[in-house]
Design a protein around this ligand. Sequence first.
Ligand SMILES: [Zn+2]
Length: 284
Amino acid sequence: MLKVIGFTLCCLFFTVSKAEHHWGYLHHNGPNLWCNIANKTCCGNAQSPIDIKGSIKQVSGRPVHFQGYTKKYDWTVQNNGHSIQIRINNTGELPTILGGPLKSNYTFSNVHFHFPSEHKLFSKLYDGEIHMVHFKTSAGNLDNALKLDDGIAVVGFLIKIQPGGHFLDRFMENILGGVLSKDATTMDYKDAVLQHLALVPRMTDKCYYSYHGSLTTPNCNEDVTWLFHRHPVFISKKTIDDLKAYIRTTDDNRDISLFPNNRPVLPQNGRLIQAFNCKLTAVY
Ligand SMILES: [Zn+2]
């Protein structure tokens, strides 16, 4: 039995969004076909993910500042058929990031997960990846920001399997306990999720990489400043096995696992990769 620990669950309900399912991660609708079946931008020259390696410019200082991430918010967790996505329901002031390579404030939009990882770090693929998507605050919302060259900032974390109970295990147990096992199921709860993602404030002065790329899903908009932390977040193998088994979606009316949901790496095409506060090149 999967246990629900910590969070108060309420308001389980279902929605259906089949129209979003023309692209996916399978042979007939996978990443190689996205530029034909979803959006031409997916064949662009500044696509993500990439293998973070090669000529990397070292930069010291310039931490990213995270503001408002320890407050309690009302959250909706959704299996949107492509990922598990977590959004804040509250209106009003939302968490923001500033600093590093960012020239202005970016407002939190959502957190979602990929298993296994999308980016590679020095040619190594990890067990998963967290994306915290932010839009340029002055744009007002995500849709407006997507039209700007510098409209989006994504904070990325790699996930690595390691024995033991980690915050990400507890977090995923809640999602699994919320029966997020059907297509486009949503679940609401109140908690300080980003407090559980307390790795964020802890990592503000640690090593991260930055480059200009794209969303890793259609429409593949090339307007993303990536802020990619080198230190991975840990998860147990059991949790990943449970996610693969219980988080489901549909494809041509077939019931399939939501995972894998990772786009393979794409060429750097000479793009500048900056390393902020990184002293070593060792891979974790
Ligand atoms: Zn993503």
